[in-house]
Design a protein around this ligand. Structure first.
Ligand code: ATP
Length: 328
């Protein structure tokens, strides 16, 4: 029996408890067909636990989730047939060639024999591995393995592809290549992509992102809308006397600033309008000034009160100017 909500993924009150740890605290969200939807959050936020429940690898403690119109608890097999998975830990067989790995997967999924060869070629070409099809996987680099995992995840033409931290541990060049393939994928295949990441720059590629922190969704929207919602620009100035500049900013403008990356840094609603006043009224010589629009870092800070890096390292202390920004 199938309930069709029209969404590729539909989640209501989804919850997962491990003993005393509430890893996912009753979350709600919808992913539209064809969307690239990202879960952005620090380590331990509950991203992998959520994706595991959606992929039927972990049983929810409460709530419901439909994937491709099927219930993840009551219709596990239907869900599994309709999804592709690329998880953090590689599950390829290093002793087999790239092509043999895919053939094995095709058999597991019962793909019609007559179609397998052509489909394998298609997905391997998509991730630029066709010329390495006869190479043993143990001889592949980390990036090649990840690309092969993506090809394998696509082999049975899933409706939803789940990618758990698809570029974690890869060098920047390989990360950008992987994103090239994901972007190609969204153009060529009729597919919805659900991914997790703790990289801000990757979240930018998503149509919409959900920021997750401590098992809760803090906000969901497009990266653009989220950045606009922060509503403040970042201003950085180099001065002859940082202490005096910070004091003057507080006294004359009511703005909290801190030294960040060697520059006096603060946030104001409209950087362009503020800068002329700054030169006229600060009373401390300014050597240079730069104004930047909010980034997803600022968004994360604004909604959670911490930076994603601080949340991960729990180092605290740093980035006081961002904390000031969060006081909206
Ligand atoms: N099998 C488990 N048993 C007990 N606690 C768990 C288990 N799996 C996850 N947790 C806990 O649930 C919370 C969420 O973990 P989860 O792996 O979902 O986070 P994450 O956002 O995916 O982080 P990462 O990026 O490090 O994978 C953490 O506190 C984690 O320690």
């Amino acid at each position: 029996m199938t309930e069709t909500s029209g969404s590729a993924v539909s989640v209501r009150g989804l919850k997962k408890v491990f003993g005393k740890v509430e890893a996912v605290k009753g979350i709600d969200f919808e992913v539209a067909p064809g969307e690239v939807f990202g879960f952005l959050g620090p380590n331990g936020a509950g991203k992998t636990t959520t994706i595991s429940m959606l992929c039927t690898l972990a049983r929810p403690s409460g709530g419901t989730a439909l994937v491709a119109g099927h219930d993840v608890v009551r219709e596990r097999d239907e869900v599994r047939r309709n999804i592709g998975l690329v998880f953090q830990d590689p599950t390829l067989d290093g002793y087999l060639t790239a092509e043999q790995n895919l053939r094995f997967h095709a058999e597991l999924y019962g793909l019609p024999r007559a179609l397998v060869g052509e489909r394998i070629r298609q997905v391997m070409e998509m991730v630029a591995l066709w010329d390495r099809k006869d190479g043993k996987v143990m001889t592949f680099s980390g990036g090649m393995k990840r690309r092969l995992e993506i090809a394998r995840g696509l082999l049975h033409s899933p409706r939803v592809l789940f990618l758990d931290e698809p570029t974690v541990g890869l060098d920047p060049q390989t990360r950008s290549a992987i994103w090239g393939y994901i972007n190609k994928l969204r153009r060529t295949e009729d597919i919805t992509i659900f991914m997790t990441t703790h990289y801000m720059d990757e979240a930018e590629y998503c149509d919409r992102i959900a920021i997750i922190d401590h098992g809760e969704i803090v906000v969901i929207d497009s990266p653009e809308a989220l950045k606009a919602s922060v509503g403040k620009d970042r201003v950085q100035i180099q001065t002859g006397d940082d202490e005096a500049a910070i004091g003057a900013l507080r006294e004359r403008f009511g703005v909290e600033a801190a030294v960040h990356e060697g520059q006096v840094t603060f946030a104001v609603p409209s950087g362009e309008q503020f800068v002329p006043r700054l030169f006229a009224e600060l009373g401390v010589p300014i050597k240079s000034v730069s104004v930047s629009r909010p980034s997803l870092d600022d968004v994360f800070m604004s909604y959670t009160g911490t930076t994603i890096r601080d949340a991960e390292s729990d180092a605290g202390g740093a980035n006081q100017w961002m904390r000031a920004m969060a006081r909206r």
